[in-house]
Design a protein around this ligand. Structure first.
Ligand SMILES: [Ca+2]
Ligand SMILES: [Ca+2]
Length: 470
């Protein structure tokens, strides 16, 4: 029989099995063991075998299908040969503790007869139909073992593999199916389940792709499965992270903006503040705050130095366990102008403090630079301080410039909870090329000066998280 015909001949029984499973409300995984598909055998051709599976029988109306060749052959063979069960079989027959795997024809299982009864079905043709997780390669293999029985499955098409196995009836052993790449050298997924063969002449055992455990197969131990690595195009046998360089600190800027405003308003409630200092003509600074007893209000600061002027202002809102600052700041030096808007909220949940901050900004003069920043960090309070150390989370900065014909740089910094290192991904795209780099950093600092206005913008490496109002 060629592969196509073989595949087609299996389609009908498969449909019956599915219909039966639906009637029973069975899951895909339990259907095979609960409902051996002996029922595909044509009426009359199978009179020696009891057909107790009335549900499947009624679900399928197969009357014209012929008895599979293998079953016909097996009927004769099983009468001539000593059944495997009587020859000191090595098949590990379990005690049947698994109540869910009971055979349909349990009436035969208690037999203590030593000599084979030619009228009893001793062998069963099991058709294993296995759908593996999707992955394309010319070096795939699927291997099956059940007790001492081992075989390889044949590729049928797409993700479907199958094999026909002639096994002893009513026998229980661990069924293991392993999906490999690299001609059997790299495991991609596996399926394991205790399987008890039925007592009919034939049955179908199906395994679906989602029944494969792929996560346990991680050759390089980097936390990403072999299958996911192959799909992503990384090497399953090389821990790429171990090859990345580690730097002591990654400098950042334009972040933790609410720190400034918290510094202005202090812990006094309510707080009405107005400080204006004229150091000399054209040079001075001012700070103002208007915070009510609940911590809601506004804060602002400005400074001027001849042709330069900077102004920051924000609104503070306290709700439940959160403090939100929304505001902007601007700067102009006679040549370039800054406009930055931000939104920064810290949530207090015991010792866990979360900072969610977003910002957009521009720096426009002869050239123009625009950016978006996004921060989502979880931190823990620093003892004796009002600040939190970021422990985990993500920071993303995207900068767009019209310099050099247009560039885009993207920086992503992440750390998972419990990790010591921040993972830094950066990319720089210009008309001519794209550069990407990845490395680890032990610490993040907020002192990076990208552009002239950033004086004191990010003076603290930690974020304010200890509020008088909560
Ligand atoms: Ca891996
Ligand atoms: Ca890898």
């Amino acid at each position: 029989m060629n592969k196509t015909a073989q595949s087609q001949s299996k389609l009908l029984p498969t449909l019956i099995l599915v219909a039966f499973a639906a009637l029973q409300g069975c899951s895909g995984s339990s259907a095979p063991s609960d409902s051996p598909v002996g029922t595909e055998l044509a009426d009359g051709a199978n009179t020696n075998f009891s057909n107790e599976n009335q549900n499947a029988d009624s679900a399928g109306s197969i009357t014209t299908g012929s008895l599979p060749e293998t079953v016909m052959e097996q009927t004769a063979v099983s009468m001539d040969e000593t059944p495997l069960a009587d020859t000191g079989s090595n098949i590990d027959v379990n005690s049947g503790n698994d109540g869910n795997t009971g055979s349909v024809a349990d009436t035969n299982t208690d037999s203590n007869i030593d000599a084979p009864d030619p009228m009893i079905q001793n062998r069963i043709d099991v058709s294993f139909e296995v759908t593996v997780p999707a992955y394309q390669s010319n070096e795939l293999q699927v291997k099956l073992s059940w007790g001492d029985f081992n075989t390889s499955l044949a590729w049928i098409g797409d993700e479907l593999w199958s094999t026909d196995a002639n096994l002893p009836t009513d026998t229980e052993a661990l069924l293991s199916i392993v999906f490999y790449d690299d001609n059997g050298n790299l495991e991609l997924g596996s399926y394991e389940k205790t399987y008890r063969s039925g007592t009919n002449a034939a049955e179908i055992y199906q395994v679906s792709a989602d029944q494969f455990d792929t996560s346990r197969w991680d050759e390089d131990g980097d936390g990403t499965s072999n299958l996911d690595e192959l799909i992503a195009g990384t090497a399953p046998d090389v821990d790429e992270d171990s090859l990345l360089k580690i730097i002591d600190e990654r400098r950042m800027g334009l972040l933790f903006i609410a720190n400034y405003f918290e510094t202005i308003i202090g812990n006094e409630r309510p707080n009405q503040l107005a400080v204006v200092e004229d150091f000399e003509e054209w040079v001075g600074r001012a700070e103002r705050a208007d915070i009510d007893a609940n911590g809601n209000g506004t804060a602002s600061s400005s400074y001027w130095h001849y042709g330069e002027r900077e102004s920051r202002s924000a609104v503070r809102t306290v709700s439940d366990n959160r403090v939100l600052w929304e505001g902007s700041w601007s700067f102009y030096n006679g040549d370039y102008g800054l406009w930055q808007e931000f939104n920064s909220e810290v949530t207090v949940n015991g010792d866990t403090r979360t900072l969610v901050e977003t910002g957009t900004g521009s720096w426009i003069g002869t050239y123009s630079d625009r950016w978006e920043t996004s921060v989502n960090l979880t931190g823990t309070p620093i003892e004796g301080s009002d600040y939190c150390t970021p422990e985990s989370g993500t920071i993303i900065q995207i900068n767009r410039s019209n310099r050099d014909g247009g560039t885009v740089s993207t920086l992503t910094v992440t750390r998972e909870s419990g990790n010591d290192l921040w993972r830094v991904n950066s990319s720089f795209e210009s008309i001519n090329n794209t550069n990407t780099s990845e490395y680890f950093a032990r610490e993040l600092t907020m002192h990076q000066i990208v552009l002239g206005y950033q004086r004191k913008v990010s003076e603290h490496d930690h974020f304010f998280c200890n509020f008088a109002d909560l």
